[in-house]
Design a protein around this ligand. Structure first.
Ligand code: QUE
Length: 336
């Protein structure tokens, strides 16, 4: 661990509860190689410590975690050192698997933005707690990448075709939607990580589920907007091909369908194809198989022009106007 990582992750054990606080607020806690190694190291060390729970949270109210440090990944690719990024993904996905298999309940407090790699830290754990400030998304098709960190395992297991919808469009969901989909398990008001950690420490004998439900109190959770369009989501995104999804969305002719179409039109066509195939296959794979498939796809994808261009447009020049390599679906002509 370097000194930088010692600052970017704050950890400690207090009254039988392990705390891992992400502390890189200027980059919305985007995960660096050092941060992944630090989290993995502390979880490995705590496997032999009797703990009632491990809490993963953020020191910042803005974000739980915006994802991986893809700016640096792009720089590695441009410098001809994609191997460095491969090491990042391999260690990030190993951490995702460790969290899934962890012997102590892992509780993530998602208060603020949580995208990509942030979902990888939280979703595989036993408990995902959202606050009224939670915003969750898998936006990778918008940067020429694809939903990784085990998304090909958990997205196809969401109700109906919600996972395909979220993975292809990058649609952002709130706390009510996260609870509706099952990405989140509990709601608590945004009182900071200490309130959750102290509650867990106060009741070491109680099931974590009971402690979290008690914290929620009587806080009302809004209706899920996703629930309201669920029929259309399943009809359109349950289609067997991207072309058929496109056709069904056009046929629906609703504001929701128009927004979904616009998202698909602005995404990388290469990413959409990779994502559709990956999520379809993920349904039959174990988490480990999904992570292995994602790692081999990540190795090739980070070297493609669409990835370099997508990260440039979203995070480097911030013009949000990427020029993708291949023609979008509606103008691609079939071979004669
Ligand atoms: C897709 C992504 C990411 C993204 C935007 C996308 C991602 C990521 C970040 C991000 C945001 C703010 C930061 C930062 C990174 O944005 O993975 O360092 O300050 O980390 O459309 O996958």
């Amino acid at each position: 661990m370097t000194d930088a990582a010692a600052v970017e992750i704050v950890t400690g054990v207090h009254r039988g509860v392990g705390r891992i606080l992400l502390n890189r607020p200027k980059a919305l806690n985007a995960l660096t190689t050092d941060m992944v190694a630090a989290i993995d190291g502390v979880l490995a060390a705590w496997e032999d410590t009797p703990l009632s729970a491990v809490l993963i949270a953020s020191t910042s109210a803005k974000a739980f975690c915006a994802g991986g440090d893809i700016r640096t990944i792009r720089e590695h690719s441009l410098a001809g050192d994609a191997k460095a990024s491969e090491r990042f993904f391999a260690s990030e996905y190993r951490l995702n698997a460790r969290i899934a298999e962890y012997p102590v309940p892992v509780v993530s407090l998602i208060d603020g933005l949580c995208m990509g790699g942030g979902l990888g830290l939280s979703v595989h754990g036993a408990f995902r707690v959202v606050t009224e400030r939670a915003v969750l998304a898998m936006p990778e098709t918008g940067i020429g990448f694809f939903p990784d960190i085990g998304a090909s395992y958990f997205l196809p297991r969401l109700p109906g075709a919600i996972g395909m919808y979220l993975g292809l469009t990058g649609h952002r969901i709130d706390a009510a939607d996260a609870l509706y989909t099952g990405l989140a398990t509990h709601f608590v008001p945004a009182d900071g990580p200490d309130a959750v950690a102290e509650s867990l420490a106060d009741h070491p004998g109680d099931p974590v589920d009971v402690v979290l439900n008690r914290l929620a109190g009587r806080s009302p959770v809004a209706e899920s907007r996703l629930a309201e369009v669920r029929g259309d989501v399943d009809r359109a995104f349950g289609a067997p091909t991207l072309g058929e999804i496109d056709k069904r969305l056009r046929h629906l002719d609703t504001p929701w369908a128009a927004t979904a179409l616009a998202a698909l039109e602005s995404a990388s066509p290469q990413s959409l194809e990779i994502t559709h195939a990956l999520l379809a296959r993920g349904r039959q794979r174990t988490l480990r198989q999904c992570l292995d498939a994602e790692l081999s796809l990540a190795r090739t994808t980070i070297r493609t022009p669409d990835f370099l261009e997508g990260v440039r447009a979203a995070l480097v020049d911030k013009d949000r106007a990427p020029h993708w390599q291949r023609a979008p679906l509606d103008v691609r002509t079939p071979p004669a």
